[in-house]
Each structure stands twice: as C-alpha cells, then as structure tokens.
Ligand binder design. Structure first.
Ligand SMILES: Cc1cc2nc3c(=O)[nH]c(=O)nc-3n(C[C@H](O)[C@H](O)[C@H](O)COP(=O)(O)OP(=O)(O)OC[C@H]3O[C@@H](n4cnc5c(N)ncnc54)[C@H](O)[C@@H]3O)c2cc1C
Length: 325
C-alpha cells in the first residue's frame, strides 16, 4: 500500500475544496469498507483520502416530510430506525443484511450507492421507494432520480468533486408496503447472488378481515391467493427492482405495469414472475449461473410482492412467504 495524505474536513464546502486542490488525485472515503479493500488490492492508489465522516451535514435522518437520509448514515442506523422499519421496510430489510455487524456499524448508504456495484444491497430498495439522490457540487445542489444515478458497474452520475449529500423519499400511505429479499449462497457475510425489492399500494374492495385471515391461517398459497381474489385485493401501484441481473440495478417496468390496477390472483402472480424474469439480463458468475438467477427472479419477485402485501395487511406480524412457493 502506497502512502497518501488523509484529510478530515468538517463541512461539504471544505471537502470539495480539498478535492479541487488535490489535482484529481483525491478520493472521498466514508466508512472505507469498499475504498480500503481497493487500496489493499492495489486497484486504487489515491494521492489523498478525504474523509466524510466528520461532515455533520451528511449525517441525518429526517422524517418530517417523507424520509431524508444523509449519505453518511450507517447501515446499522438505518436498520434500527423505527420509521424506516415501518414505512420504508425494504430499506431496513436491505441495511440489516449488509455484511456483518462490524461492517454495518461503519459502512454507509452513501458509500454503497456511490460504489455502484450491481450487487449493492440498498440500491433496489431505493429504486422501489422512488428515491432521489441529493448531490452537492460547485454550483449548488441538485437532485437526480436514483434510476438515472446508476450509469453502469461502478459508474454513477457524479461530476468531478461532487458529493452525495443524501437520499430523499416521498411519504407513503398506510396502504403501502415494501420488502427486499437478498438471495445468497450462504446465510451470512455474502454478497447477493440476486436481490429483489417490491413496493405495493393496495386497495381491498371486499372484506379486509378476510384477507388478513387468509394470511394468518396460511397453509397453501393457492388458498391465500384465492381468498385475495374473492375479496378483490387490488394492487393500485407497484414498483419492482432487481439487483445483480444486469450491469446496473434495474426496475422491472413491464412487470410493474402488468401488476398495476389488477386484482391479485395466482394467475397474475405467475404472469408477473415470468415478465420480471424475461426483463432481466443475468450472466454467469462465481455466485451463480444465469439460468438459475433468471429462474429465481421469477420465484423471488412473487415472494417479495406477497411479503409487501402482508406488511400492509398485518403490519405487526410478518409471515414468511418463502415457505409457500
Ligand atoms: C467484508 C465485507 C462485506 C460486505 N458485504 C456487503 C453486502 O453484504 N452487501 C453490500 O451491498 N455491500 C457489502 N460490502 C461492500 C461495502 O461494505 C458497502 O458497499 C458499503 O455500504 C460501502 O460504504 P462505505 O461507507 O464503507 O463506502 P466507502 O468505502 O467509504 O466508499 C465507497 C465509494 O463511494 C464513494 N463515496 C462514499 N461516500 C460518498 C459521498 N457521500 N459522496 C460521493 N462519493 C462517496 C467513495 O469515494 C468510494 O468510491 C461488503 C464489504 C466488506 C469489506
């Protein structure tokens, strides 16, 4: 590992000035769990590291209007936040599954998103939660929809010296639920072979208790979905996002369109799973083969939607639909 200067600015302006003065050789570092690995592997040799850890403007969770999370907030802080667990559950699902507790205590969501690995766990939740990326640059602040922020593997829409300040998400009603499922080869400390996030807003035209009962007495997925169909459980709005099946985290937009406005039924779930699987472009890698990933997109898309629905109908008691499909 070569030598480099290490700076600890306390404001965004100071950090950007240090970056400008580094002559293109500076690298921002937050938790360092990606940057330090690259330096040790000699894939990155910065002239200086500019730490964002002491920049207070990047460390906030504001729930006064929707949700705003600073880029320096750690995965552990996100996973433990009550409002995020309740209303932005896909995000707490993902944050609670990143690496180990030691990693989650230092690694930040800003670093996860700026590193832009196709496997970044928090990317799919931010996509389904309609997040905007708030960026600070020389000429002020701008907001970019997260879907436009990812340009490719390890490539994001940041100009020279720009800093991600944080992420802003709209408020969602009590009829909205979300979920993220991380599919790994082993239970802990593994990057996802596949990640699927879903957000749904539902309306029940029949009997809400009937829908809840179906999930409580769950024995057979066909019976649950038949009850949903009988009680006319309509999916008013939907977002589906897939990770590690394309060069960048992606929305499954055709599957979303096919789900919107429909009464949930077994036939519809089969169709949505198939459409999502047809939209992705997985490849073979050390973590899994393309055919397997595509097949698991079909399966996990259905599960993620059902888990999101369950979180609306029974917010205090989550079932585990993977037992059912
Ligand atoms: C053992 C281990 C296990 C891991 N497991 C997982 C896992 O399960 N899932 C997963 O998704 N990731 C995992 N990772 C990767 C890593 O921990 C995450 O991507 C983490 O969120 C990175 O955050 P960080 O704060 O450490 O980023 P850093 O390493 O500090 O920075 C990452 C990149 O983002 C840039 N950057 C950071 N903050 C900003 C900002 N505010 N503005 C502009 N650029 C910025 C840096 O310059 C750098 O290019 C793992 C890593 C390790 C070492």
């Amino acid at each position: 590992m070569g030598s480099f200067e290490y700076y600890k600015p306390e404001s965004v302006a100071e950090a950007m000035a240090l970056m400008e003065g580094s002559g293109g050789k500076g690298v921002y570092i937050s938790g360092g769990t990606d940057v330090m690995v690259l330096i040790r592997q000699r894939k990155l040799s910065p002239g200086c590291l500019i730490s964002l850890r002491n920049v207070r403007d990047l460390d906030y969770v504001d729930t006064s209007s929707g949700l705003a999370v600073g880029s320096a907030v750690t995965h552990n802080a996100i996973a433990k936040n009550d409002l995020i667990q309740k209303r932005y559950t896909a995000l707490s699902d993902a944050a609670s599954k990143v690496g180990s507790l030691q990693i989650r205590n230092v690694a930040t969501m800003g670093g996860n998103i700026c590193n832009a690995a196709p496997s970044a766990d928090t990317a799919c939740p931010l996509l389904v939660l309609d997040a905007s990326v708030v960026i600070a640059g020389k000429s002020g602040e701008r907001a970019v929809p997260i879907d436009e922020f990812f340009l490719g593997p390890n490539k994001v829409a940041l100009g020279p010296g720009e800093i991600v300040k944080g992420f802003a998400m709209p408020a969602f009603s009590e009829k909205t639920g979300s979920a993220y499922i991380k599919h790994t080869r082993r239970q802990a400390m593994d990057l996802p072979m596949l990640g699927v996030a879903a957000r749904v807003t539902i309306r029940i035209d029949g009997n809400e208790i009937g829908c809840r009962d179906a999930l409580c007495t769950i024995d057979n997925i066909s019976n649950v979905l038949k009850r949903f169909e009988d009680e006319k459980l309509v999916c008013e709005d939907a977002r589906i996002a897939l990770g590690v099946v394309a060069p960048r985290p992606m929305r499954a937009k055709k599957a979303e369109t096919a789900l919107k406005g429909k009464v949930i039924s077994e036939g519809l779930f089969e169709e949505i799973g198939e459409i999502a699987a047809s939209e992705c472009q997985p490849r073979d890698s050390i973590r899994g083969e393309a055919w397997y990933r595509r097949d698991m997109v079909r399966v996990l898309t259905k599960r993620a939607i059902l888990r999101a629905v369950d979180r609306v109908i029974r917010p205090d008691d989550t079932i585990w639909p993977e037992r059912l499909w």
